[in-house]
Design a protein around this ligand. Structure first.
Ligand code: M6R
Length: 620
């Protein structure tokens, strides 16, 4: 939520900052702004709407050339998405410029204090208070190297809530400072140049050398002095350095119309890379990176899976596999509810938090609550060095590569695979499955990339179907067993991309109320579980298809190759390859992603940046 870029070095800062903002725009696109420090003056430009609006303004009136700059792309919280509320915000004397991601919870008290001192505010944001406080703190801080950083520490100590703040001062032409609490910030280290970014995409075109910043830390980047990190008391801290394992090309559209299409196409690779190095030669699993001892894993008597949105749906799917393979009870919960209901947790509870971004505030807070209660926390995450894996006891990375489209696709498939690895590993360590049983499931996992490739090769009829559904008012999604969370995910994709009312239901629940929604021609997408699924679940879903069709529904059935039972009741059949019951979500989710994308595209919407959304949700 909100993208932040900062640059000091020899290049034209405006170019570097704008390029960074282009790559971070998926984090928020309500407004964008930049400030460049040139000849002792901070020049700013900001505009409501997407970055393209700001670029248009700059094409008409560019900023003076300077080598220090900051930029921001906003997802509005305090104050509407207007020019006035766009960042950067300046202090009253125009000497300090600040960009911010997060929410300063005590801003009202601080604003009143500034107003009492005679400051006039020019926006409705919580951020502006930081610019004024910083100017005042700077004035009170003794001159010398590190003065702006010291002022930032003084201000940060007074702030409550979540923030990444990046600030520039007109008197310090080669320096930027930043502070972070509960919001993301990484530092890029180039050759004689330094970058700040909400994530590494901000500077990936310039360097792959990055530094992680911890909670409540302040960083100064300075052309002469390099990078200095301290805690809020001013004690030096050694940041953790890492090299980003993807390059700028991975964050480009690569010839596709949308990032989402590219990311859908990358799914076979995302699944393969998530399995890579984790399937042993002997058919067992090798998860050395899970830093929990075998004894810890044997002591677990309860698993919670906690996450949001698409990652929550991955957790719902994981429950079927983990319970089936380990016989340990699993509860799945949305992170925003988890800590408020006082869940029963102790040392023998494993809490698995799933997050593509590793920055989702609801999930982070759930993680912290779990740790406070002494539970063990294992993160499944796609972004190296992000906050959630850093604060967890153990981490299993999904190697899906950068996901830029706001709607999650490849990370979803990779999350399911990672959860399955965790479940199977637990079963292996606890001796619940014989080695040959583990090996058989591992062999099923190995076949998944090809199965996804096969689905992708057959998607043209689904795109065509999507075009024909573009005028629908409501589309319902049904599934049972593992196909139920897939139906929920199909509905979420459609809502967020095409702004069509969509709901996912457990097919068996239909007759308990939702069936009343079905009218003549209502499209109903049914994800059919494998005919080999538990008991007669397949037969029951076939009956559910008949029930909705009898009431006028237009039925779109996702069924595996060779399942002829569905044919008489389907207006459209989308075929997926035959896969073992628990593996089916990996293939059945794909046509639903393609369908939502095609409908949104036909309706003329921005598929990569749907309205009101942001890729990583860093506020509660
Ligand atoms: O980064 P996270 O996986 O923690 O994000 C969780 C949700 O915000 C995310 O999955 C969201 O629902 C997606 N945009 C859905 O496509």
């Amino acid at each position: 939520m909100c993208g932040i870029v900062g640059y000091v070095g020899p290049q034209d800062a405006l170019d570097v900052v704008l390029e960074g903002l282009r790559r971070l725009e998926y984090r928020g696109y309500d407004s964008a702004g930049v400030a460049v420090l040139a000849d002792g003056i901070l020049a700013t430009a900001k505009k409501a709407g997407k970055l393209a609006n700001l670029e248009k303004v700059l094409a008409e009136h560019s900023l003076p050339e300077g080598t220090t700059g900051i930029g921001h792309t906003r997802w509005a919280t305090h104050g509407g998405p207007t020019d006035r509320n766009a960042h950067p915000h300046l202090s009253a004397d125009g000497r300090v410029a600040v960009v911010h991601n997060g929410i300063i919870e005590n801003f009202a008290v601080l604003r009143a204090e500034c107003e009492a001192a005679g400051v006039e505010f020019t926006s409705e944001t919580d951020t502006e208070v930081a610019a004024h406080l910083l100017a005042a703190a700077y004035a009170e801080t003794p001159q010398g190297p590190g003065r702006l950083a010291e002022a930032m520490r003084r201000v940060s100590r007074r702030l409550e809530g979540a923030f990444t703040l990046v600030a520039s001062h007109a008197d310090e032409p080669d320096t930027l400072v930043a502070s972070r609490r509960n919001s993301p910030l990484v530092v890029g280290v180039g050759d004689g140049e330094y970058f700040l970014g909400s994530d590494v995409a901000a500077f990936i075109a310039h360097t792959r050398d990055a530094l992680e910043l911890g909670q409540d830390q302040v960083v100064e980047i300075d052309c002469e002095r390099g990078v200095t990190v301290t805690d809020l008391a001013g004690n030096r801290v050694e940041p953790t350095a890492y090299t980003v394992d993807w390059d700028a090309a991975a964050a480009e559209k690569g010839g596709h119309d949308w990032f989402m299409l590219k990311e859908i196409a990358e799914q076979p690779q995302a699944v393969a890379d998530t399995l890579l190095g984790r399937l042993g030669e002997d058919g067992g699993l090798v998860l050395d990176e899970v830093r929990l001892s075998d004894q810890d894993l044997r002591d677990i008597d309860k698993v919670f899976v906690v996450s949001c949105g698409t990652s929550y749906h991955a957790g719902l799917i994981a429950k079927y596999a983990i319970e089936h393979w380990t016989r340990i009870p699993v509860e799945v919960e949305v992170a925003s509810e988890f800590r408020y209901r006082d869940p029963v947790l102790d040392r023998s509870t494993l809490v698995v938090v799933i997050s593509q971004s590793g920055e989702t505030m609801d999930t982070l807070m759930a993680l912290r609550h779990a740790k406070d209660q002494k539970a063990r926390v294992l993160a499944i995450c796609n972004v190296n060095g992000s906050t959630i894996p850093r604060e967890s006891d153990a981490v299993l990375y999904t190697h899906a590569g950068p996901e830029v489209a706001v709607a999650s696709t490849k990370s979803f498939l990779a999350q399911i695979v990672a959860c399955y690895l965790v479940g199977l590993f637990l079963a292996q360590v606890r001796g619940i499955k014989y080695a040959d049983e583990v090996a058989a499931i591992v062999a099923d996992l190995r076949r998944l990339p090809d199965a996804v490739r096969e689905v992708l090769d057959r998607m043209e009829p689904v795109r065509e179907l999507g075009r024909s559904l573009a005028d629908a008012d409501t589309i319902l999604f049904l599934g049972r067993h593992v196909a139920f969370p897939v139906a929920l995910e199909g509905a979420l994709k459609l809502k967020e991309l095409a702004y069509i009312h969509a709901e996912g239901f457990a097919a068996g629940e239909l007759k308990h109320g939702p069936i009343a929604l079905i009218d003549q021609g209502t499209p109903v997408v049914v994800v059919v579980p494998s005919p080999r699924a538990r008991e007669s679940v397949h037969g029951k879903v076939v009956s559910n298809i008949q029930e909705v069709r009898a009431r006028g529904a237009r039925t779109i059935v996702i069924a595996e190759e060779g399942d002829e039972d569905v044919v008489p009741f389907a207006d459209h059949v989308v075929r997926v390859p035959r896969t073992p019951t628990l593996m089916a979500p990996i293939v059945t989710a794909v046509p639903l992603q393609v369908l939502a994308c095609a409908i949104a595209d036909t309706r003329g919407y921005d598929v990569d940046q749907p309205r009101n959304l942001a890729k990583s949700v860093t506020v509660e």
